[in-house]
Design a protein around this ligand. Sequence first.
Ligand code: 9D3
Length: 237
Amino acid sequence: MRIDVLTLFPEVFPPVLNASITGRAQAAGLVEFNLVNIRDYTENKHSKVDDRPFGGGPGMVMMCQPVWDAVLAAEALDPRRATRILLTPQGRPLTQAIVAELAQRERLLLIAGHYEGIDERVIEELDPLELSIGDYVLSGGELPAMVLIDAIVRLLPGALGHEQSAEQDSFSLIDGGQRLLDCPQYTRPREWRGREVPDILRSGDHGEVDRWRMEQRRMRTAQRRPDLLERNDPSDA
Ligand code: 9D3
């Protein structure tokens, strides 16, 4: 998979992408990243990428031209068609189902906005998939882009090495399509500050252990995330 990332802050990506699973996935050739600084595509001599909003109001708006030219230049670097994605508070809330779908594509192009937003006309012209990572206010789309990349890359075949498979994870589709939280986990010592590991986990009875774990998962999900037990998935919309 190839992932192009268009941003005004390309330098924030490598420390994150070169670490951990995304770093190993790059080294293994499962994914390649191309970071593009939108500012390199300005045509004015002050390298201005934003301007004041028509209609007035606070803040600045990212101009069409540098964003458009950066996208076309990045796309011309490789013949594969890119799935264009804009990280924006106005986007669809990201879900594991969307992540799984995007993990099938051979090329993604992510646009991380900054300032108050991007001129609507270039968004219409690019017609990207617009995604948000949740209902809280961040300073830009860079962290959301890295969140999306991390979630996608760990689903690429071979990315997780010998760890548990991605299928088994907390928010994956399991148990007949139902999503359950993880059960509590314990390691040594058997007793810590007077707290003991549940006896069942040390009983050696794998059937009993499995049953206990599933029961814990259902209880924790019912208590902490009852929304996950309701069959309606907002991302189905
Ligand atoms: C304070 C500015 N806001 C005016 C009502 C709008 C606004 C514009 C740009 C708020 C945040 C941002 C920057 N955020 C993102 O680009 C972003 C984001 C987010 O803030 N939360 C969750 N997901 C995302 S994806 C991109």
